[in-house]
Write a protein that binds this ligand. Structure first.
Ligand code: FMN
Length: 196
């Protein structure tokens, strides 16, 4: 079965980012995918301290909730990362999780011990303003986050002009796009991964 992990980067539960992620996960479920959502703000994830223990054996020396996240990231066939724009980047909560994935980067590029597995990832981002370059920085961050675990950047939903809590509810067309993003992700995985 296709496994899809949703990573919710907003501290606001059931607000714009969270609602769109739920819709994308529903789209994936409509294709038979098994979905799980993690709410980063509810986890205890310290920022990377650059101890570089992971360069020796691929494991972070810090013991916290990342212990439960690494295996879930590696088991997933698809990842949906969703974040509000905070100062033209992803939220600090999500960035901490991403930085701790230096351990996966080390497994892939230093130790060559990351098991080969094809993964696909998509990105949902929500911001209040409407600038052309609003999502540029965060897209780069997410692309290289995906690369650390050999996931291909396979799609995005970038939503401008949404600020207040739950304001996205007034934009039903965006929910349609979110559903389609999750559905297409699951379809692409089914097409490219041999199913057991
Ligand atoms: C600390 C902080 C920084 C923000 N920085 C930006 C920004 O750089 N660009 C932008 O368009 N919106 C910015 N916003 C607005 C949020 O992206 C916006 O309110 C979004 O809808 C929040 O999504 P949520 O309800 O899912 O948390 C910022 C909000 C906060 C609280």
């Amino acid at each position: 079965m296709v496994k899809i992990l949703g990573i919710m980067g907003s501290p606001r539960i059931k607000s714009n980012t969270d609602l769109l992620l739920d819709e994308a996960l529903k789209g994936a479920q409509s294709e038979g995918a098994e979905v799980e959502k993690i709410i980063v703000d509810k986890l205890n994830i310290a920022p990377c301290k650059e101890y570089l223990g992971c360069y020796k054996d691929g494991n972070c020396v810090i013991r916290d909730d990342m212990d439960t996240i690494y295996p879930r990231l590696l088991e997933a066939d698809g990842i949906i990362v969703a974040s509000p724009m905070f100062f033209y980047s992803v939220s600090a909560q999500l960035k901490a999780l991403i930085d701790r994935c230096q351990a996966l980067w080390a497994r892939r590029y230093i130790l060559h011990s990351l098991p080969e597995k094809k993964r696909l990832g998509v990105f949902i981002a929500v911001g209040a303003t409407r600038g052309k370059r609003l999502f540029e920085g965060s897209i780069l961050t997410i692309k290289y986050f995906f690369e650390a675990m050999s996931a291909e950047y396979a799609g995005e939903l970038l939503v401008r002009g949404v600020d207040k809590r739950g304001e996205i509810k007034a934009r039903p067309e965006v929910f349609t796009e979110a559903f389609a993003l999750g559905k297409t992700l699951a379809q692409k995985i089914k097409e490219t991964t041999p199913q057991t």
